[in-house]
Design a protein around this ligand. Structure first.
Ligand code: ADP
Ligand code: MG
Length: 248
């Protein structure tokens, strides 16, 4: 029998990062398997955004390694732009291009970065807009949509690049309460389809249902990592306990 070992989707090994003299990430090690869903939580300023921004190299690190599907990703790596396309990112504030239609927001990277013919790019974009249940908004501009709809467009735009990993940085934090469910439903369906996901979120209902593991960060370190059942019922560290008391 031939056993083909799956590469981990993401490996972060002994990652440290400084902003000037301030050490924002301290010796972070984290392995995410293909098809795994990870939730990262922790107090504001603990380094959650910086960590996931390092995974797609929106931030550069000074120490340690990051590998995506076994290939190193870092400031000195050749063809970094190609590797970065494997990692989709969704931000708190959507970051859609306001002067472009929903459809063009989704096709831009395909036509510009991938050199795909526009018709083919539009076909992919419409399929992904369908996946987030928003195809009927394709010809509108972002400002004509609700926050929740804009965030679903941002997810569709990331999916158009056929990413190997999706990163979410507090995707529902800027939304009105009634918009949150639609975005979480889309994220849940991506998880069900087996997408590898790293989600920074304080939506603990989502974490409980969807995450394979929850990671708690504080002060630039991973304090605790456990499956939801353990994480919520039997947190090992005082800092995790007091964090959970504050948000639950
Ligand atoms: P979180 O997402 O957990 O709230 P961040 O990763 O955004 O935390 O930030 C971690 C720490 O790094 C904070 O103290 C923040 O002020 C600091 N920080 C973030 N980005 C920068 C930057 N570009 N320059 C200097 N300090 C930064
Ligand atoms: Mg953040």
């Amino acid at each position: 029998m031939i056993v083909i070992e799956k590469q981990p989707a993401v490996q972060v090994r002994q990652l440290s990062k400084w902003f000037g003299t301030f050490q924002v990430l301290k010796d972070i090690s984290l392995q995410v398997e293909q098809g795994e869903q990870i939730v990262i939580c922790g107090p504001s300023g603990s380094g959650k955004s910086t960590l996931i921004r390092c995974v797609n190299q929106l931030e550069t690190h000074q120490q340690g390694d990051i590998l995506v599907h076994g290939r190193e990703i870092g400031p000195k790596v050749a063809r970094l732009h190609e590797l970065r396309r494997d990692v989709g990112m969704v931000f708190q504030h959507f970051n859609l291009f306001p002067h472009l239609t929903v459809l063009r927001n989704c096709t831009l990277a395909l036509t510009r970065a991938r050199g795909m013919p526009r018709a083919q790019a539009e076909e992919i974009a419409l399929a992904m807009l369908g996946r987030v249940r928003i195809s009927e908004q394709a010809c509108k501009y972002p400002s004509q949509l609700s926050g929740g709809q804009q965030q679903r467009v941002a997810i569709a735009r990331a999916l158009c690049m056929n990413p190997k990993v999706m990163l979410f940085d507090e995707p529902t934090s800027a939304l009105d309460p009634e918009m949150i469910k639609g975005v979480l439903d889309v994220m849940r369906s991506l998880a069900e389809d087996g997408m590898t996901m790293i989600c920074v979120t304080h939506e603990m209902g989502f974490a409980r249902e969807v995450a394979d593991r929850i990671i708690f960060m504080d002060g630039g370190s991973i304090i605790e990592a456990a499956p939801p059942a353990e994480f919520f019922t039997n947190p090992q560290h005082e800092r995790t306990r007091s964090f959970l008391q504050q948000i639950l």
